[in-house]
Each structure stands twice: as structure tokens, then as C-alpha cells.
Design a protein around this ligand. Structure first.
Ligand SMILES: [Zn+2]
Ligand SMILES: [Zn+2]
Length: 423
């Protein structure tokens, strides 16, 4: 597991700033400002949305650049504070250079965004207008933060290197490519920062890049994937450093490593678990959704403790014998990781559906043994007259465990779920 490996590494390495927790603070400050700016946009929009589209557009042409400036200034100030705090932990002595803020995005660029977004007003789709402006506001507020981090690096009297650091557990193939280069970016390389909407990666400075280590950031693994994809893409007449070539390589990477990117490609040929109960493309898509959800609105340890399912569903444990009610891969994975909006009782996975987790030290082996014990020697069996479903319960190792099952048309019972109620 990556997190365990990282912890192991920490023991061997000198502590160098910033840490993952530091980055989470930056992300949180940024997203708070973006959220406020976006809510203010909605307020402006709601006040005029029933008017003629031309009027709405003109109001937005005035208001959006002001919003971007106001919240961008906030993000720039927060970024400067953060930069100096990080630097103080790594570089001894006083700051001996002028504190500057980055240049904001020019108003003209913002107005172009508004004109583009306003097209949807004339097409009768105001939600698209708001969506496009939310994206633009997010990008521009974040740009103010990034440009401040770069500008301070230009003034800094100690050499700074930057990396693009995604948030765990996963990011898109493009951000992964930029982040795979590690701590190579200098203050002059501004254009290299990711600038797509909803990107939650951070441009992170380091004053000791050789020793920099951030929990959950593994540029070598990202780079290995990129190199393997690149090796299987012929240059076909385009320069190897061209955007066109990079785009081709990333398309290939999304196909070769569908489970490593939030935009990993679904497989064309449909595949199922050996019992046919789970379509692997469905599993893959849900897992990508989880990876995005895990990062939404939560910061620090709370976000990092949110686990996402493995890239492949777990096989049903071989110890599950035929004389027990049938346990499908779908039911087993529902119990552990959650599926179809329910379940997810293995500790670390309960966040998605709000289910009750098994005791924190229970392994999958403990869970399957508990399920068997409940079914073989239940203390209580309740049948629902309406649904015909059966609920078996007993106390296992001090915890009440419930198994839900139903009768199939063949007469054989099948397991639906298993969890610890009311813990
Ligand atoms: Zn991205
Ligand atoms: Zn990103």
C-alpha cells in the first residue's frame, strides 16, 4: 500500500516542508474562497436571470471580473502567507526580499469567459452559463494563488523548485503527467501549471527539493506509467515535445492504465467477475466517481482517511462453502466497499454511504468468518412477511453482527449484506 510505504519512508528521511497537511491547508483556503465567489455569482445571476439575455450578459460582464479580482486578491494574500510559513520552516533567518503578490488574470480574459458562457443564455440553457462561469472563477482564483507562489520564487534569495502535487487518491491523466516530472519547475515555468477547471492539484514550492517528500505523492510511479505509454506510441511525424504528441501519449496512458486516473478509459470489451455479478466497467466508473467524491469538501486527515475500492472487485473468499447461502462477488464487495449507493462496512469505506463500519481491527477474514458464524448459529432469525427477506443475528467477538439474505426462485438462499448494526 502506498500510504504504508510512505510512512516507512518518513522514518528514513529528514522532515522537509511542505507536508501533505500543509498542502491541505492551502487547498482548503483556496476552495473556501472559490466557494464564496461562486455563491456570490449565483446571487448576482438569480437577481437578473429572468431579464433579456443581453441584459444578463452585460450585468455579468461587469460583475464577474470584480468577483475574480476580489477573491483572487484573497487567494494571493493567503498564498503569500503560506509561502512564508513554509519557507520559515525550511530556511533559517529573516526574509530578505520584497513580498509581492502575483499578477491577477487580466479583466479582458475574464470578460471573454463571460461572453463565451453567455452564449448558453441565448440558447435557453442558463445552467450551462453558471456552470461555465463557476469553472472560470475557480481557475482564475487559483491562478492568483499560483502566480503569487511563482512570483515570490522569483524574488526569493534561496533557490526554489516547484512540483504540481495532486491530492490523493487519484487525479486525471493530464495532471498526473505534469506532476510526474517532480520538483523540476522553476519560477519561470509558469505555463506548466495545470489550468483546467476543477483541478485540485497544488503548485508546491520546496527549498530542499532533493529531500522533498509528500505523503501520497509518487511522481516516479506517475512517470513510469507515462514512459510505458510513450514507448507504445509512434511519433508519426509530430515532434516528441509537441502538445499533439503528449495528447496521444496520454490517450494511450488512459487506455493502458484505466484504474490509475480519474479519466481512465473504460474497456471496449465487456468483462465481468467470474460469477458474472459485476460488470467491471461499472465497477471502474464507480471507483472513479469515488475518487472524485473522496476529495470533495473534506480536508486533511479526514479526506485522506477516505479509502476508495480496489481497482478489481474482491473474489469471494474460497472458505465460503456451498452449503451456506450463496455469496456473490457483488454481495461480498457491497459488504466491504459499497456498491449501488449502499454498503461499505470495511473500516475506511463507510464514508460513502454512511454505513456502520465493522470494528476497526477486523480484517476481511474476520468479516467472512463472522458472517458464517451468524448463518450457522444465529441467535435470532426474523423473516419479513412482505419481502420474504431473512435477517440473521448473533454476537461475534463481542459485537452484534447481522446477515441479510433472501430466497431465490431456485429455493437457494443468497446473502444480501452483512454488517454490525448500531455500533
Ligand atoms: Zn487534472
Ligand atoms: Zn489537477
Amino acid at each position: 500500500m502506498r500510504s504504508q510505504l510512505s510512512q516507512h519512508n518518513l522514518l528514513l528521511m529528514v522532515w522537509v516542508m511542505p507536508t501533505r497537511d500543509d498542502i491541505e491547508l492551502l487547498v482548503h483556503a483556496r476552495n473556501t474562497l472559490i466557494g464564496k465567489a461562486q455563491r456570490e455569482l449565483v446571487a448576482v445571476f438569480s437577481a437578473v436571470e429572468r431579464k433579456d439575455p443581453r441584459v444578463v450578459r452585460n450585468v455579468l460582464l461587469e460583475a464577474v471580473p470584480v468577483l475574480v479580482r476580489k477573491y483572487g486578491d484573497g487567494a494571493a494574500a493567503a498564498a503569500a502567507d503560506w509561502y512564508l510559513q513554509m519557507r520559515a520552516k525550511d530556511v533559517p533567518g529573516a526574509v530578505d526580499f520584497p513580498i509581492v503578490l502575483g499578477d491577477p488574470v487580466p479583466d479582458g480574459v475574464v470578460r471573454d469567459n463571460v461572453r463565451y458562457a453567455a452564449k448558453f443564455l441565448f440558447g435557453g440553457d442558463p445552467a450551462m452559463t453558471v456552470g461555465a462561469l463557476h469553472g472560470a472563477i475557480g481557475r482564475h482564483v487559483k491562478y492568483a494563488e499560483m502566480s503569487t507562489l511563482w512570483q515570490l520564487g522569483v524574488k526569493d534569495t534561496v533557490t526554489v523548485r516547484y512540483a504540481l502535487v495532486p491530492r490523493p487518491p487519484m487525479t486525471c491523466s493530464w495532471c498526473s503527467f505534469l506532476s510526474s516530472r517532480g520538483w523540476v519547475y522553476t519560477s519561470e515555468a509558469k505555463g506548466l501549471a495545470s489550468q483546467h477547471s476543477n483541478c485540485d492539484c497544488s503548485v508546491v514550492p520546496s527549498w530542499d527539493a532533493e529531500k522533498a517528500h509528500i505523503d501520497g505523492y509518487d511522481p516516479e510511479a506517475d512517470h513510469r506509467r507515462y514512459k510505458r505509454a510513450r514507448a507504445s506510441v509512434p511519433a508519426q511525424g509530430v515532434g516528441e515535445t509537441s502538445d499533439e504528441f503528449t495528447a496521444r501519449v496520454l490517450r494511450q496512458a488512459r487506455e493502458m492504465f484505466p484504474d490509475d486516473y480519474t479519466d481512465g478509459k473504460m474497456r471496449q470489451r465487456r468483462e465481468f467477475t467470474s460469477d458474472g455479478s459485476i460488470d467491471l466497467n461499472v465497477w471502474r466508473r464507480k471507483r472513479q466517481d469515488r475518487a472524485r467524491e473522496a476529495k470533495r469538501g473534506h480536508y486533511g486527515h479526514e479526506a485522506l482517511a477516505r479509502r476508495i475500492p480496489p481497482s478489481r472487485p474482491d473474489a469471494v473468499p474460497s472458505s465460503w462453502s456451498d452449503d451456506l447461502p450463496e455469496l456473490s462477488a457483488k454481495a461480498w464487495n457491497h459488504i466491504l466497499y459499497g456498491f449501488d449507493g449502499r454498503g461499505g462496512h470495511l473500516p475506511g469505506y463507510e464514508w460513502v454511504n454512511g454505513g456502520t463500519p465493522f470494528p476497526v481491527d477486523w480484517t476481511k477474514h474476520d468479516i467472512v468468518e463472522a458472517a458464517e458464524a451468524v448463518l450457522r448459529h444465529p441467535e435470532l432469525v426474523v423473516e419479513d412477511d412482505v419481502t420474504g427477506r431473512l435477517t440473521f443475528t448473533r454476537v461475534v467477538n463481542g459485537f452484534k453482527v447481522l446477515v441479510g439474505a433472501s430466497k431465490q426462485s431456485t429455493g437457494k438462499m443468497k446473502v444480501l449484506t452483512c454488517f454490525c448494526p448500531q455500533r
